[in-house]
Design a protein around this ligand. Structure first.
Ligand code: UDP
Length: 333
């Protein structure tokens, strides 16, 4: 039987409105990878970055992309944006020990005043807010591995105090905006993460060891090399963070890879993965360097259905390739 012709005109097709994400620190290592991920999932993305430790190199491939906008601004200054914002991802901060040793005041300001401005933006726009906190809130931990319930062992006046306390303050401020203003907030505690776009000279162990290994120079293990870290590939980390933002849990969640290495083991891994002829040398351990670090990820597993998928050796492939290119370019190859 033929259908009756409808007398009404067909409804115009309205294209779906893309969600709008603001990424502070979006020109940095993790921020810029998040931007790529969000664009890939159909978001419009606005990056705010003052380029103190970030670089336009990390977002240059997005120039001319319709849904991408870059604003060069210090996030501690008032953030004025027209139009709707659905998600604020607060990634801005120096994050390597030598960066925050050089920039202690900026580190404290971005963690405190910058978090305040980013929360204020989220509140004004009715947006969700995600704080990138850190395993450093646990300090030199006396509980191992570290669950979210552990309150930490931080030296407020030591060299890492500027970062650790800024992030602890940022967590407290985020909770206050959640409680007092009803902002939908999320807090991720990020453990050591690696991948392409880390700065060659940011001083962290992954860029340091890989660039030394690629140049067949001595690998500088600090202390006796028995201190431990657990390394997560950036792609795993960002998937966990994305799920956290889209979920409905407002208390802190650890995201990291629980596979734990001593720094001596890690140096040997890097030598093997690069096929390097480097030998290992020992240098003094920096003050307050945490002796051990490994996340308990039960919360992420249960709440987000998340766990890391990329084993270290596989994850090192793109990272080593990136450093090979950067060092080759620097040497004029
Ligand atoms: N480390 C090292 N040699 C280096 C750089 C770092 O042995 O050239 C050690 C450092 O002392 C620490 C670990 O590697 O125990 C991780 O350091 P990183 O700076 O990457 O970050 P952290 O986890 O301490 O914040």
């Amino acid at each position: 039987m033929a259908k009756k012709a409808s007398s009404r005109a067909p409804k115009p097709v309205v294209p779906p409105v893309p969600p709008v994400s603001v990424v502070t620190g979006g020109a940095g290592f993790l921020g810029s990878h998040l931007v790529d991920k969000l664009l890939g999932r159909g978001h419009r993305v606005i990056v705010i970055d003052n380029l103190v430790t970030g670089s336009t190199d990390n977002i240059a491939h997005l120039a001319g992309t319709k849904d991408f906008r870059f604003i060069e601004q210090d996030v501690t200054e008032f953030l004025f944006l027209e139009g709707p914002v659905d998600y604020v991802w607060h990634f801005a901060s120096p994050a390597s020990p030598i960066d925050y040793l050089e920039l202690p005041i900026q580190t404290l300001k971005v963690g405190s005043l910058g978090t305040h401005k980013a929360l204020g933006l989220a509140k004004q726009k009715g947006a969700r807010f995600l704080l990138t906190s850190t395993s450093e809130v646990y300090g030199d931990p006396l509980v191992h591995p570290q669950p979210e319930e552990y309150w930490g062992n931080v030296n407020s006046v030591g060299p890492r105090g500027c970062y650790d306390e800024a992030k602890r303050f940022a967590e407290a401020l985020t909770m206050a905006y959640h409680q007092q203003h009803g902002v939908k907030t999320r807090i991720v505690r990020i453990f050591n993460t690696y991948g392409p776009r880390m700065r060659v000279k940011d001083g962290r162990v992954v860029p340091a060891f890989i660039s030394q290994a690629l140049a067949n120079e001595p690998i500088t293990v600090f202390g006796d090399g028995r201190q431990t870290r657990s390394f997560c590939h950036y792609s795993d980390l960002l998937e966990g963070i994305y799920r956290l933002m889209m979920g409905d849990y407002h208390l802190p969640v650890n995201i990291g890879n629980p596979q734990e290495f001593t720094m001596l083991e890690f140096a040997r891994e890097i030598i093997a993965a690069t096929g390097s002829k480097s030998r290992i040398i020992f240098q003094p351990l920096p003050q307050d360097d945490p002796k051990q670090r490994r996340p308990v990820i039960t919360k992420a597993q249960q709440l987000l259905g998340w766990e890391p998928k990329v084993p270290l050796r596989a994850g090192l492939v793109d990272t080593i390739e990136y450093f090979r290119k950067r060092l080759g370019a620097a040497a004029g190859n």
